[in-house]
Structure formats: structure tokens, C-alpha cells
Design a protein around this ligand. Structure first.
Ligand code: WT7
Length: 642
């Protein structure tokens, strides 16, 4: 295959952590042949330990333990240990609010803020093993809250601010959280997101929650419920600055992050302490080639795993300066990101293909109006990046100087598993390239047999890795069934992939009922159950349609209960309903009304057929008419017979 191959220039390579293919291969081989020594040495060298582990790992499939019996603390590793170094006064978090306000928080200052808030949590009686829900805008107090929880061993679960009260409620209930940490609101595209209001709505049915701590961000008056709601700034008046990090077991859960699975119920992905921290830290060096002087920016929201691992835990453990931006990329104008890159002289920039495609659409004049010469390395994550978007990113943003790391990973994997090491592995646009050290992926068929190069199959990982999920919160059975049973003994990622003659991985997308819209994971079942909760809906079938900017878009086929419905206004209502049940980002792009859904004889909805219809546009014209139905059912009948 004659693909374009891109290599970093000699200057980049000469300063890289990993220089050249031979270096990469040696590292990979060592990790493969001697995993215990490999990870053991890194853990020893790269992390602070209160007590050293007794052995590197224990594997009772499908349950893994790493750095067994070790005692450490993530907050200590991200903060305290930097204070005895020249990083003490280095900027840890470089924050810009959407309205243009700025904060530059040094490691020392961040440590102080975290200790103060941890002391507040302690005063409220919270302790290791308790659970906190964090529902905040992208302001520094969000990582402060996460690190304060981590300091005490309180298991946190950050809920993305775009989730609705309803979605928040199910997460609070599943986690049986004792405390909710939130803010009055946050800014997005010039408008306020009323977070506290959503919390109030959610908490009507959450008896486990005793305290709600509210940070004042926007200043808009909010209702404060006596005996439950507390202002952050008032509690802070009695805070102390001495609040030592609690020595925690390596396997103590650091956080739970909910993500969509194949059923209607989101999965609570449980991440550990030591293994998670080590691998997020190592990938900062291997993949982002982090240098002490870098300004690093990951544009994700901390509500998703990318923000956890690559805005907060990885960068802070590595002592980096990490940028955090509160708002929308196109506010007040489509050059907001490039303004930030120019202003702070950003060196490493990590974003999603969806963002890249929307930049392409807005026009080159926006990035071209800014000095982007500080950039050294670009990254992509969340979905396959199409070669055209890759080339644009390379030329228009990177000026053909910056390697691009296309990083494949998942909420479950905790850290990047497949990506180029930019000073070592040549890049091919559209390929995540090669696995990182210690990761043994393969592409196999249903029976687990490796497929030939160039052939499509299921992406699996053969061995446990330090930052892998440990279980699903409250549901170890589902953990086993989902990831380890269908192809026995290996981790099933849920993605289709192929591997080329050079061993490069090309990720093709999900093979299960999970969609990827703008890099956000959505479940078919979750959307369908949201729709059928609406009083007008009898049945719903949801499929993804390719979309130029967002990668995929949601199309919902809906049958209605008897009655007279105005399709136009009902379609609007249903989109609003989905926003209410899940969040605005999950709104279907299209609602198509039909009198029945194509089904197999056993009554199973044939989504595959609907997917074909929306993808190949076999159906044209007004899609909300009855005619649709006949096409759909005819196609279904044909298929059924064939
Ligand atoms: C799914 C995981 C990992 C952080 C963001 C998403 C897709 C992710 C890539 C990539 C092709 C990718 C996969 C994966 N994905 N990165 N570089 N190339 N596909 O986390 O919500 O857990 O979604 O995103 O389909 O399974 P997530």
C-alpha cells in the first residue's frame, strides 16, 4: 500500500525521550519479555511511595492488581513531591475562563488550595472509601476538588457539565455518593450553564447525599437548601493548610467514570491509584514527549477520561504546565483556540478530529491570523482521524514541522495504549501506528484467531496493563462479561481494526451498539430507552449516520402511540426530551417517524438495516412521510427472506 509516511525531523528526534525506531523496539521488547522488571523499575523511579510494593502484579483473570501492597497517594505525587524541586513556583495550571479571565496557579499554590479543600472535606466527616460526585465547570476548583478527594482516598466521579439532571441523578444513585461538589454555573458560548439548578433537580431522589458544596463561579443567585447546601468560600474560612496526603493502597480506587455501554445503563469504570498514575505519567513522556519548559494543552473537558488523564493526573504527576480553558472553541470567534496558542506560546496541542474538522470548515484564515510557531507536537484523540483532516492539521496548524500523535485508548484503558512515540515511530495519516511498551494488542476473528495483515477484525489486548480498569462499580459480573468473556482470556476493546504489513493499527470504529458523536460515547440502548420514556413514543430505534464534522450523528426512528401528533413539533419535543434525559450533546440530529420498525421474525429490531438506509441514503425525499415506512419495511422483508 502506498501510504504517505511522515517522520519527525532530526532536531525533534535529537531531543526526544525516545529516539528512533531501534530505541522504540528495544523498549517494547524489554517490556514484552520482562514486564515485571520493566514496570517495577519505572514505578520505583517515577513515583513516590510511602511503602514499596511486594510484587509488581497479580493476575487472576479478569482481575488484575499492580504494585501489590504498595502505599502511595496520587495527590502527593501530583503536588507535594514537586515542592522540594525547582517546580515549586512553576505554573501548574494555566487557566483561561471563557469571558477572558485568567489564573496562573503554581504547584505551591495548587498544593495550598488542595490542602485547604481536603481539610474541608475531612471536617465534613468524609474519609477514604467515601464517594464524591463532582459536577463543575472547567475552572481550577474542579482539579482542586479531584486532588483533594484523591488526597484523602475519597473516590470521585466527575460528571460532565453537559449531562442533564436526570443523568446526574442516576450516577449519584449508582455510586451512593455522600457529597456533591458543584458550582452555581459555568460559561459556555456566552451563556450560563445552570449547574446548581440541575443538582437540585437531581437530588430530589438521592437520599445518600448529605452535603452539597457550591463554588461561586458566575455569581448568579442560586437557591441554597438549609442543612444541605454549603458555600465553598464559607467553608474555606475554617480550612487549614496542613492536610497530609493519606497513604493509600496501590489498588485503592481513585475514581469512577461513567461511560456508555451496550445497555441502557452506563458503566461505572473503576480506576486504581498506582497503576493508573504510573501509566498516565509515562505516556506524557512517551507520547507527548514532555519537556520541563513546555506549555501543554489538552482541549478536552475534564468530564471525560481524556481530561482526567491528560489535563489533570498525567500532566501534574509529570510536573507540567497544563492549560485549562473553560469555554467553547468558537467563542467569541472561531479563532479562540489559536488565540490561546499564540498568547501562552503553547508547545504541545492535543485535540479531537471533530474539532479539527470544524476548524477546516470555518476556514484557514482563523489559524492563519495567529502566530502558531511555538507548536512542536500535535495530538488527536477520540475517533479515527480521516487522512484529509490529518493532512490539514499537519499543514495548517503544524506548518509541516510538528509530528502528529494519533492516540488510541478508551475510558477503560485509563491511558493511551496505541500511538506513535513521535521521535521514534513514523506516522501514517489515519493510523494510530504501534502499541506502546507493555501493550500487546492484536486483531482477531470471533474465535480469537489472529487475522491476516490487511484484514479487518476485533481489536483485543492480550495482557493486563497498569492503568486498565479494575472492574465496573458494583458489577464485577458485567465487567467480566463485557470485556473478557466473548473472546476468552483477552480484553475485547469493542473496536474493529486492521493491521497493515508494517504492524500499524488502523482503528475502524465500534463494533458494538456504541456510537461516537464528536468523540462522545453514546449508547444506542441508552438513547432508545430515553426516547421510549416519552409519553408519545411506542418504539424507538437509534442508529448512527456518518457526519462530516462530528464523525457520527444520531438518527432516531420512532413509532408513536395512537393519537394525533404534529410531527414537526413532536420532533422538536423529542430532541429536547433527549437533552433532558441525557444531555444536550446527545440530541438526535434527525427524528424519523415511521409506522413500524424493521424487525426479524423473532422481533429484534434490525438496526443494521436502518444503518444502511441512513448511510447509503437508499431512502430519499421527505423522510418523515409514510412512504419511508414502506421502504424500510420492504427492505426488512427482503432481508428477512434472503
Ligand atoms: C472509543 C473510546 C480515549 C479518550 C476519548 C474517548 C474511539 C478513541 C481513537 C483513535 C480511532 C478512537 C474508539 C474507542 N477512539 N481514540 N485515536 N482512533 N478511534 O474515550 O469515550 O472511552 O471512547 O473512542 O472507538 O473505543 P471513550
Amino acid at each position: 500500500m502506498a501510504e504517505d509516511v511522515y517522520k519527525a525531523d532530526a532536531e525533534f528526534v535529537s531531543r526526544a525521550h525516545v529516539q528512533g525506531m531501534d530505541c522504540y523496539r528495544a523498549l517494547y521488547r524489554r517490556a514484552e519479555e520482562h514486564p515485571e522488571e520493566f514496570w517495577g523499575e519505572l514505578a520505583e523511579k517515577e513515583l513516590f511511595w510511602f511503602d514499596k510494593w511486594s510484587h509488581v502484579f497479580e493476575w487472576n483473570p479478569p482481575f488484575a492488581k499492580w504494585f501489590v501492597d504498595g502505599k502511595t497517594n496520587v495527590s502527593y505525587n501530583c503536588l507535594d513531591r514537586h515542592l522540594a524541586t525547582p517546580r515549586k513556583n512553576k505554573v501548574a495550571i494555566l487557566w483561561e475562563g471563557e469571558p477572558g479571565d485568567q489564573r496562573m496557579i503554581s504547584y505551591q499554590e495548587l498544593h495550598r488550595l488542595v490542602c485547604r479543600f481536603a481539610s474541608v472535606l475531612m471536617d465534613r466527616g468524609l474519609k477514604a472509601g467515601d464517594r464524591a460526585i463532582i459536577y463543575m465547570p472547567m475552572i481550577p476548583e474542579l482539579p482542586v476538588a479531584m486532588l483533594a478527594c484523591a488526597r484523602l482516598g475519597i473516590i470521585h466521579s466527575v460528571v460532565f457539565g453537559g449531562f442533564s439532571a436526570e443523568a446526574l441523578k442516576t450516577r449519584i444513585q449508582d455510586l451512593e455518593a455522600q457529597v456533591v461538589i458543584t458550582a452555581d454555573g459555568g460559561w459556555r458560548r456566552g451563556r450560563e450553564i445552570p449547574l446548581k439548578k440541575a443538582v437540585d433537580e437531581a437530588l430530589a431522589e438521592c437520599p445518600t447525599v448529605k452535603d452539597v458544596i457550591v463554588y461561586r463561579r458566575t455569581g448568579t443567585p442560586v437557591e441554597m437548601k438549609e442543612g444541605r447546601d454549603l458555600w465553598w468560600h464559607e467553608l474555606d474560612q475554617n480550612a487549614t493548610e496542613v492536610c497530609p496526603a493519606v497513604p493509600l493502597d496501590s489498588e485503592h480506587p481513585l475514581y469512577v467514570l461513567y461511560t456508555s455501554g451496550t445497555t441502557g445503563k452506563p458503566k461505572g469504570i473503576v480506576h486504581s491509584t498506582a497503576g493508573y498514575l504510573l501509566q498516565t505519567l509515562m505516556t506524557m513522556k512517551w507520547v507527548f514527549d514532555l519537556r520541563e519548559e513546555d506549555t501543554y494543552w489538552c482541549t478536552a473537558d475534564i468530564g471525560w477520561v481524556t481530561g482526567h488523564s491528560y489535563i489533570v493526573y498525567g500532566p501534574l504527576a509529570a510536573g507540567a504546565t497544563t492549560i485549562m480553558y473553560e469555554g467553547a472553541p468558537d467563542y467569541p470567534a472561531p479563532d479562540r483556540f489559536w488565540r490561546i496558542v499564540e498568547k501562552y506560546r503553547v508547545n504541545i496541542f492535543y485535540t479531537s478530529p471533530t474539532a479539527i474538522r470544524s476548524f477546516i470548515r470555518q476556514g484557514d484564515q482563523w489559524p492563519n491570523g495567529h502566530d502558531l510557531s511555538s507548536l512542536r507536537l500535535l495530538g488527536s484523540v477520540g475517533e479515527p482521524i480521516n487522512p484529509a483532516a490529518w493532512e490539514w492539521y499537519y499543514k495548517v496548524i503544524g506548518k509541516e514541522r510538528c509530528p502528529i500523535v494519533d492516540t488510541w485508548w478508551q475510558t477503560e484503558t485509563g491511558a493511551i495504549l496505541i500511538s506513535a512515540m513521535p521521535g521514534a515511530v513514523p506516522q501514517k495519516p489515519g493510523s494510530a501506528t504501534l502499541p506502546l511498551p507493555g501493550i500487546v494488542p492484536d486483531v482477531v476473528d470471533m474465535s480469537g484467531k489472529p487475522v491476516k495483515p490487511g484484514q479487518e477484525g476485533f481489536l483485543i489486548i492480550r495482557r493486563p496493563w497498569p492503568s486498565m480498569l479494575r472492574t465496573l462499580w458494583g458489577d464485577p459480573r458485567r465487567y467480566e462479561d463485557q470485556y473478557w468473556r466473548r473472546i476468552p482470556g483477552v480484553y475485547l476493546a469493542g473496536d474493529a481494526a486492521r493491521r497493515d504489513e508494517d504492524g500499524y493499527f488502523w482503528i475502524l470504529g465500534r463494533v458494538d451498539d456504541v456510537m461516537n458523536v464528536s468523540g462522545h460515547r453514546l449508547s444506542t440502548m441508552e438513547l432508545e430507552s430515553a426516547l421510549v420514556r416519552h409519553p408519545s413514543v411506542a418504539e424507538a430505534a437509534v442508529v448512527a449516520k456518518p457526519h462530516e464534522v462530528t464523525g457520527q450523528a444520531v438518527v432516531a426512528f420512532v413509532t408513536l402511540k395512537s393519537g394525533r401528533w404534529d410531527h414537526n413539533s413532536l420532533a422538536q419535543d423529542l430532541r429536547q426530551w433527549v437533552a433532558h434525559e441525557i444531555g444536550g450533546f446527545a440530541k438526535p440530529e434527525q427524528i424519523r417517524f415511521t409506522e413500524s420498525l424493521p424487525k426479524t421474525r423473532s422481533g429484534k429490531i434490525m438496526r443494521r438495516l436502518l444503518r444502511e438506509i441512513v448511510t447509503t441514503q437508499t431512502v430519499t425525499g421527505d423522510v418523515t412521510t409514510l412512504e419511508d415506512l414502506t421502504v424500510v419495511t420492504r427492505l426488512a422483508a427482503q432481508h428477512d427472506e434472503g
